[in-house]
Design a protein around this ligand. Structure first.
Ligand code: G3P
Ligand code: CA
Length: 276
C-alpha cells in the first residue's frame, strides 16, 4: 500500500484537542469539543466504542462509570439509555459516592452521550477546516466490528474515500496493528496512525508498517528518545504525539519536528507554541 501522508515539514505542530478541551470541560462532550474549537484547535481527538444497538459512541473507557452519572458497560447499553445520563457534570463536580452517582439529575441533550455521527457533524459544520483523529477502542474483543462500522459511517458522511489523503478531514488510529491494517484495507484513502507506548508497544522504532501512515508515540517515549521523530521522518512519515500538556513537552515536540501534538488544553499548548 502506498504511503499517503508523510513528512510534511512545518514550523510548528498542529494542535489536536485530546477528548476535546478536556482539561476544562468533561471529556468527549459537545462542550469540550466546542471549547477546543473556540481555543483554535487544528484538530480534535476522540475514542469510539460500539453501543448495544450498534452505534458508535465517543467514550474512552469500557464502562461509562468514570465519565457519567450512570453505570454499565458501553456494549451493553443503548444510545437512548446513555442519552439519559449526564456525561457533562463529572469534570467540575466529581461524585463523592456511588449513591450520589445514581441521584444525579438526568442529562440535557448537551450532556448525554456524544455519538460519532454528531461529532462528525460538528466538524463538518465548523467555519474553518478541522481534522478529526478517531481512535477505535477494543478492536480485538469485537473482532473488527468497530472498524467495520467506522468505515460505514465515514462512507455515509462522504469521508471514506478522500481524493487527497493529505487534506482528509478524518484519520483513524489504534494501538492494535490488526485494527489499523483492517481499516486500511476497507478505506485505503483515509490516513492511519499506529499508536504505541511503553506497555502497548506494538511498534517502537523499527520500520513502520506500510498500512500505518503516521507513528503515534506516547510523549514519555519521546522524552527518552527524541530521535524517534527523525527516524520516522527518514521513512517519509510524520509523528502524532500524545498527550502533550507540559510546556517542556510542547517545546520538545516542536524541536523534534512532531507534526501533530494531542493536548488536553489546546489554548495553553497554542500559547506555548507561539512563544517558542
Ligand atoms: O491520542 C492517543 C491517546 O488518546 C491514546 O491513549 O488512553 O488517552 O486513549 P488514551
Ligand atoms: Ca484516545
Amino acid at each position: 500500500v502506498a504511503r499517503i501522508m508523510g513528512a510534511v515539514r512545518q514550523p510548528t505542530p498542529d494542535v489536536v484537542a485530546h477528548r476535546g478541551a478536556s482539561a476544562h470541560r468533561a471529556e468527549h462532550t459537545h462542550g469540550a469539543y466546542e471549547l477546543a474549537l473556540e481555543q483554535g484547535a487544528d484538530a480534535l481527538e476522540c475514542d469510539i466504542r460500539v453501543s448495544r444497538d450498534g452505534r458508535l459512541v465517543c467514550v474512552h473507557d469500557r464502562r461509562i462509570d468514570r465519565t457519567s452519572s450512570g453505570r454499565g458497560v458501553v456494549s451493553e447499553l443503548t444510545v437512548a439509555s446513555m442519552s439519559e445520563v449526564d456525561f457533562g457534570g463529572w469534570h467540575q463536580e466529581p461524585p463523592v459516592s456511588a449513591d450520589e452517582l445514581v441521584r444525579r439529575p438526568a442529562a440535557t441533550p448537551e450532556h448525554g452521550v456524544l455519538t460519532l455521527d454528531e461529532l462528525l457533524g460538528l466538524v463538518r459544520d465548523h467555519s474553518r477546516p478541522v481534522r478529526l483523529f478517531i481512535e477505535t477502542k477494543h478492536p480485538v474483543r469485537y473482532g473488527g466490528l468497530v472498524e467495520h462500522k467506522l468505515v460505514a459511517l465515514l462512507a455515509r458522511h462522504g469521508l471514506a474515500a478522500p481524493t487527497d489523503p493529505e487534506s482528509s478531514p478524518v484519520l483513524m488510529m489504534s494501538f492494535s496493528q490488526s485494527a489499523v491494517r483492517r481499516f486500511r484495507e476497507a478505506a485505503p484513502g483515509v490516513p492511519t496512525v499506529l499508536l504505541f507506548d511503553r506497555f502497548r508497544s506494538s511498534w517502537r522504532s523499527g520500520v513502520l508498517p506500510p498500512w500505518a501512515d503516521l507513528a503515534g508515540p506516547d510523549i514519555r517515549l519521546l522524552r527518552e528518545d527524541p530521535g524517534l521523530v527523525a527516524r520516522v521522518a527518514a521513512l517519509g512519515r510524520d509523528t502524532y504525539c500524545w498527550t502533550v500538556d507540559d510546556p517542556a513537552d510542547v517545546e520538545l515536540c516542536r524541536r523534534a519536528g512532531v507534526r501533530f501534538v494531542a493536548t488536553n488544553s489546546p489554548a495553553s499548548t497554542r500559547f506555548h507554541l507561539a512563544e517558542s
